[in-house]
Design a protein around this ligand. Structure first.
Ligand code: PEP
Length: 254
């Protein structure tokens, strides 16, 4: 089964949640809960909590992600953080192109690609998010949208670099809404994204690429979603803020 060719990854996206005190509490709860996980476990924390998270997880199986990085190495970009700054802290992953960045902060597939280039050049691994809006889906252009986001996001990336890139398929209408894509809907788009990756690189690269699903994944629906052939893990928002729920999702991976 091709699923065995790729790593399963459960990543929490904390978004703009948790002070340092709350971060310490949540990570202390998580460490024992997920220590026997068979999948890779990542927490994506706000910039201000990165150091705390890295320090607390250093002898554990939890990896730490930032939620964005800038494409330039330094310069007049007030409020931004470079990939090199993240690397220096000991960050391993960065989430790029989340739909909230696209929706509220003018992120485009082009700037996602620039950020991705900077991340890889600084030896960071990337979770790149793609996904259609409700009106895209209702207009029947889901495949076009995710193909364009994937192709532009991955332009000028080599197939060797794909080992450091995870794709997260996140239908915008399912994020934070409690509306989950059915496991068949999610699997169908993940499978299609894999075909797009095969068309850019080759089938072997596509078969080895971890493609997560994200959008209201929770302790109840994770089993069903994660049992699908082309769903190799999850990017979890709301449910990643509760240690019990997040760990149930971690252990829903087979
Ligand atoms: C996300 O933020 O990536 C996400 C999937 O959020 P939620 O799980 O809350 O829908």
């Amino acid at each position: 089964m091709n699923k065995n060719l790729r790593k399963t990854v459960i990543a929490g996206n904390w978004k703009m949640n948790n002070t340092r005190i709350e971060t310490k509490k949540l990570i202390s709860e998580l460490i024992p809960l997920v220590k026997d996980a068979s999948c890779e476990v990542i927490i994506g924390v706000p910039f201000t909590n990165l150091e705390t998270a890295i320090e607390m997880t250093k002898d554990t199986n939890i990896k730490v992600a930032a939620q964005n990085c800038h494409w330039a190495s330094s310069g007049a970009f007030t409020g931004e953080i470079s990939a090199a700054m993240l690397k220096e802290l000991g960050v391993e992953y960065v989430i790029l192109g989340h739909s909230e960045r696209r929706q509220y902060f003018g992120e485009t597939s082009l700037t996602v690609n620039q950020r991705l280039r900077a991340a890889l050049d600084n030896n960071l691994k990337v979770i790149m998010c793609v996904g259609e809006s409700l009106s895209d889906r209702e207009s029947g252009i889901t495949q076009n949208v995710v193909a364009i986001q994937t192709k532009i996001g991955l332009s000028n990336i080599t197939k060797q670099e794909m080992k450091d890139i995870i794709i997260a398929y996140e239908p915008v209408w399912a994020i934070g809404t409690g509306k989950t894509a059915t496991s068949d809907q999610a699997n169908e788009v993940n499978k299609y994204i894999r075909e797009v990756i095969a068309s850019i690189f080759d089938k072997e690269t596509a078969d080895k690429t971890t493609i997560q699903y994200g959008g209201s994944m929770n302790a109840k629906n994770a089993d069903e979603l994660l049992s699908k052939e082309d769903i190799d893990g999850g990017l979890i928002g709301g449910a990643s803020l509760k240690s019990e729920d997040f760990s149930k999702i971690v252990f829903a991976t087979k």
